[in-house]
Design a protein around this ligand. Sequence first.
Ligand code: MGD
Ligand code: MGD
Ligand code: MO
Length: 767
Amino acid sequence: MRRTVTHFGTYDVRVEGGRPVALDPVADDGAPNGLADGMLDVREGPLRITSPMVRRGWLERGPGPADGARGSEPFVAVSWDRALELVATELARVRRTHGDEAVYGGSYGWGSPGRFHHAQSQVHRFLTMGGGYTASVNSYSAGAMEVVLPHVIGGDSWSFAERGVQWPEIVEHGELVVSFGGTAAKNAFANAGGVARHRQPAWQRGARAAGVQFVTVSPLRGDADPALEADWIAPRPGTDVALMLGLAHELLRTRRHDEDFLTRCCVGWEPFERYLLGRDDGVAKSAAWAASVCGIAPMTVVELAERIAGSRTTINVTWSLQRMQHGEQAHWMGVVLAAMSGSLGRPGGGYAGGLGISLMGVRPRRHRIASLPQGTNPVGPALPVARIADALLGPGTPYDYDGSRRTYPDLRLVYWAGGNPFHHHQDLHRLVRAWQRPDTVIAHEAYWNPLARFSDIVLPIATTLERDDLAAGMMDLTITAMSRVAEPPAGVRTDYDVFSALASRLGFGETFTEGRTADAWVRELYDRTVANLAEDGVPLPSYDDFRALGSVETPEPAPDERWSFARLREDPASYPLPTPSGRIEITSATIASFGYPDCGGHPRWYEPAEWLGGSAAERFPLALVSNQPSRRLHSQLDHAAHSRAGKVAGREPVLLHPADAAARGIAAGDVVRIHNERGACLAGAVLTADVRPGVVVLATGAWFDPETPGVTGSLDRHGNPNVLTADRGASSLSQGPSPGTTLVEVTPYDGVPPGVRCFDPPEIATD
Ligand SMILES: Nc1nc2c(c(=O)[nH]1)N[C@H]1C(S)=C(S)[C@@H](COP(=O)(O)OP(=O)(O)OC[C@H]3O[C@@H](n4cnc5c(=O)[nH]c(N)nc54)[C@H](O)[C@@H]3O)O[C@H]1N2
Ligand SMILES: Nc1nc2c(c(=O)[nH]1)N[C@H]1C(S)=C(S)[C@@H](COP(=O)(O)OP(=O)(O)OC[C@H]3O[C@@H](n4cnc5c(=O)[nH]c(N)nc54)[C@H](O)[C@@H]3O)O[C@H]1N2
Ligand SMILES: [Mo]
């Protein structure tokens, strides 16, 4: 059997005449999607990179700040031998001249699944063994909640995934799920590390069938599966914390808050209560106040509070709500609202941090699946991942992060493998300028995407389809053997081959490979997994049997009682949470002690820099939602058939309310220009009453296609929302990304719009 795994599904590969011709979703995938369509075509398409490439100016003049040349000059094809020599020499030079800290290997991104051929693990192992590097910490996914939640409920940064309410208990005991940010079906397509079968829709519909009621709070009606028959509340984007405060105030006003739980199992209720009642600032966070901030009817707040108080309720807060300025507050306040509601620590209710995403909502796997050891990086501290442009632009500048004061390192060499900063970062023109600063940018890429184009040395990399591996997705219980379905095109190597060759040139080849081929490593990781699971009493077949079987299922782990809210409710003295107080920190003395003006000791409404109720809306009256794309994984496969079939007028579709479109003379299918003071992009108009008026939705992932890269305000021809988003840390606490805090204006595009150029390969000069 030939099976492969992507982050968005598992496929049996149909082979005809010795060639792979189709990827068929595995038969038991309950909800397959089209995201893989075209994967085979692009594998050998015109955008595939099949030779190492060096930017001409870098080749001629050597390393140094690029002053606009990076991203605009042609490339020169060179031999592998030459490319590896250039990379090894440059790495050694930078380490020698500027120290190991000058090498940035934060290299954020999803890459592709596979426990061994996992680009992040590969690059981190390579750079660690070479002497160390500046790494990154936290994610673009959950940057703010990862930092604040450990202060509030304790545990490591991702323990919320395991400790939130799960679908099976909602089915059994739940009555109401209030989802801030919805539970968009498309967001369950993808799961880090792979997904054996899609089950999220079945869980959600199962809950509905069991009588559970749903409320979706989102500017976009489509964020809930229609089968859930959810009530739709559409506040202004970025105002959910105000809504939660209004609900909390209403619970307090009507004396339906769970005083017993708040007293026994939480700390810091009193200062928060004073804030709710407006004792110090004179502003009661009442239903009427919340309604005016959110732009909804006061009765909506009152009625929702009543339903929350009267039902076993899950307060579900999705991750987009913290990808915003002050993003910490939404999840902190979600926990507090759940604590007040009477449902936290009772079966089928409480707080959930992102039910609906990926496989969120079942007890995650705790089986210890082996991965490539990365060693201990001697260089620190790591850079908060979304502060990359700040670091490149301001070496030596101080910044705050979670109670510590640090300075940005002087980064001279950027090494990227398995992510796309020209997809994920905000304010891309600013990133382009920052990106000119280092001496050298090296990337491993399979395709001529924006990252490859903005690099000095591009090493052409094999894709998932060209490697044997094993996959075990986050929270998934299946371990799958991934099969190479085709040889890499001539001139293409795997990340592992490249790092092995570089390590050998740099004198640590044997340490890096431990004498193993890639296939031997895959077998080794499987055998280590067998040993780990044997300790837990879970038998697994031999490696050869595993490969013949294609997949093995592991049993569901027993519920983890550690740090459980149910136990906390039962007996807080015997089952303390891993917080300083052992209880839920409605007020955190630790965070308060940092003295941050943008993140105080308890949850609060902070007015964002850009929102529909603020003064910036006079110039840019529309709120931009840049959510996850339904036809891609981020920027991956934007050049493949399925994503391209979703374009409108050749551009990324933008959803507009018909009233907003009419006011601007925009018709369905028109090319429009979306702009603000940071940038502008073109997009294809789609009109729908399923968005709140005043909101436009442009999904992420259209390949960046700038007319003039690096020039503020210059046009992206294709529709990448990150030319518009702001590059501000969520707050001094987390420094997380904040694309959700962005205002824009949309106008019809007059004249003939420029053609999209990002799907044409770049100019290649002769050596
Ligand atoms: N405006 C806005 N921006 C956002 C978000 C948002 O909501 N709004 N969301 C953010 C979030 S949550 C995330 S997670 C990020 C995602 O950002 P990324 O994870 O950086 O995006 P991807 O497009 O998945 O980038 C993966 C890259 O790895 C490459 N790749 C795939 N397989 C391999 C491999 O085996 N080896 C190597 N070397 N490369 C490989 C692909 O070609 C691709 O370029 O975006 C963030 N950006
Ligand atoms: N198909 C597909 N699925 C994916 C991904 C992908 O690229 N493609 N990426 C994966 C990754 S890396 C991650 S981190 C997760 C992210 O999961 P999420 O962060 O949940 O995903 P988003 O689509 O960014 O946001 C969900 C919804 O929140 C709503 N929203 C935006 N702003 C606001 C607001 O101010 N208030 C309220 N109430 N709602 C708001 C938007 O309408 C949006 O559709 O998704 C994963 N799933
Ligand atoms: Mo993410």
